[in-house]
Design a binder for this molecule. Structure first.
Ligand SMILES: [Zn+2]
Length: 327
């Protein structure tokens, strides 16, 4: 019954394009997810192939639920890189080099023949956790995405905040070691070079037979491995130091930690929290809660749905804006 009601009103797509994965959800205007697809993609997929894959996946999902293309009202899309308004052009510190300088909204819109809105993945994670997850009710919150890259999405005074050129919250490129490794952004010793997933798994290149995946390192930590707990704890401390500065500037009420490394739970959060408390102004540290996100690895795709639902440029029935459920 609910499904048919949703369907009559229209559908919204939410897409996350990652370094090696594609996640697409179809949602109704009552904020309920009705279909979902995840697939691995080859690393560094060029933008035109990626757009075609998004188009094909959305079409598959529409077919799966027996919906006509005309029922799709809009698609939101998240990418790991700064997105410049108004064209949704991908900035140059992106993890996806094949997408830099590309006007993604236009490209994917041409593929799908519906309006497409694009934003940075951490911004969308922030939006989703704020609308439906661990950030509900916060006027000022930070969503921290810790995965291949490290980025923050901001909600400031009850609104998403992106900055002038879409780079607000790019804390992964804060310098933490002036003599550290060269970073993909061109600077040296960025937070990402010590606490991004690449650095974490590389820490085991000498001590294990082969370099593990991040998932494996987290599993080891959860089952008691001392080395894995140390590596994740060190990452938490490095991130905590950067977040202390962030708290002094923004004074948020909550930091919601998401991204792949959030699955390490307390082994990440506890050291992060300790350093944040030590380094931030005492009152700013006292004001902020640090919690794990509630939406897990669905946060970005759901945020992409949220981006469309909140849009004032895509025409949606009024009822879709007032509801705040998610299923
Ligand atoms: Zn960097």
């Amino acid at each position: 019954m609910l499904l048919s009601l949703n369907r009559r009103a229209g559908l919204v797509g939410g897409v996350e394009i990652g370094k090696q994965h594609l996640h697409v959800v179809l949602a109704g205007l009552s904020h309920a997810v009705i279909s979902e697809s995840r697939r691995p993609v080859q690393p560094d997929l060029p933008a035109d192939e990626g757009a075609a894959l998004v188009g094909a996946t959305v079409s598959d999902l529409l077919e799966e639920v027996g919906a006509d293309r005309s029922e799709l009202l809009g698609v939101g899309l998240g990418l790991p890189g700064p997105i410049r308004e108004p064209n949704g052009e991908v900035g140059d510190s992106s993890i996806l080099p094949g997408w830099v300088g590309v006007g993604v909204a236009e490209l994917v819109s041409a593929e799908l023949q519906v309006p497409v809105m694009v934003d940075n993945d951490a911004n969308l994670g922030a939006l989703a956790e704020w609308m439906w997850g661990a950030g509900r009710g916060c006027q000022d919150m930070v969503f921290l995405k810790v995965a291949t890259g490290i980025g923050a999405g901001l909600i400031v005074s009850g609104s998403p905040y992106r900055g002038t050129g879409g780079t607000a919250g790019e804390i992964g490129h804060t310098q933490v070691n002036a003599h550290g490794q060269l970073c993909r952004c061109g600077n040296r010793g960025c937070l990402e070079t010590v606490a991004g997933s690449h650095a974490l798994v590389q820490a085991f290149s000498e001590t294990r037979e082969r370099t593990p995946s991040l998932e494996q390192v987290i599993e080891w930590a959860l089952s008691g491995d001392v080395g894995s707990r140390r590596v994740i704890g060190d990452a938490g401390r490095a991130i905590g130091s950067a977040m202390a500065m962030f708290c002094n500037v923004l004074n948020p009420a909550r930091i919601v930690v998401g991204g792949e490394l959030a699955a390490a739970g307390t082994y990440l959060i506890q050291p992060l929290r300790e350093v944040l408390e030590r380094n931030a102004i005492a009152s700013a540290a006292a004001d902020v809660e640090v919690v794990v996100g509630e939406l897990g690895d669905r946060a970005v795709a759901l945020g992409a749905v949220g981006l469309v639902l909140r849009s004032t440029t895509i025409e949606l029935p009024e009822a879709s804006r007032s509801e705040a459920r998610l299923g």
